[in-house]
Design a protein around this ligand. Structure first.
Ligand code: HEC
Length: 152
């Protein structure tokens, strides 16, 4: 596990990166992004493949998430998640942390999903998704392409 700590206050993202972390490089690039990501609903990631993403979903996400509209499991439905304001699907009880993340102006898009899925609780401390993250950049690009296909 990397020791990357992410937190935010007053719309400033603070990322503390130990130089020895193997992930330091990619995370450091992300640190240059403003915390308020460009608000676009697009989740297109170059190189993402939705068929491969479906396999990732089945292996890593389906235990807690449905891909059917509005169907909740331990986690909220992932149907239509791209473009959703985090923590706002009606009928699901989110953590305070996830609701605050959405209320601070974020949206689920390629950038935020990539960071979240790298290490959910590193990116948003105290969320109730107990998942260590997808270390593979390719897996993340693929699942994001799959999530982007779950829409009307
Ligand atoms: C062990 C159960 C579990 C696993 C495995 C899991 N999740 Fe979650 N997920 C949750 C829970 C619980 C939440 C609600 C978090 C909160 O409210 O803090 C959540 C929230 C989310 C959200 C935010 C949704 C919203 O409406 O704001 C996304 C996106 C997400 N998960 C994607 C994924 C993906 C993609 C995978 C697979 C790579 C995955 N999750 C694996 C339990 C899980």
């Amino acid at each position: 596990m990397s020791l990357v700590k992410v937190g935010w206050s007053n719309a400033k993202l603070q990322i503390i990166i130990p130089t020895k972390s193997p992930k330091a490089e990619s995370v450091q690039l992300a640190a240059d992004d403003p915390v308020l990501e460009p608000v676009t609903a697009s989740a297109r990631v170059p190189g993402g493949d939705k068929t491969a993403g479906f396999a990732v979903y089945k292996k890593k996400c389906r235990v807690c998430h449905s891909n059917l509209k509005g169907k909740k499991k331990v986690g909220p439905s992932l149907y239509g998640v791209v473009g959703r304001t985090p923590g706002t699907l009606a009928g699901y009880r989110y953590s305070t942390a996830m609701k605050a993340f959405g209320a601070s102006g974020h949206i689920w898009n390629a950038q935020t999903l990539d960071k979240y899925l790298s290490g959910p609780r590193q990116y948003i401390p105290k969320v109730k998704m107990i998942f260590k993250g997808l270390p593979s950049e390719q897996d993340r690009a693929n699942i994001i392409a799959y999530l982007d296909s779950l829409d009307d």
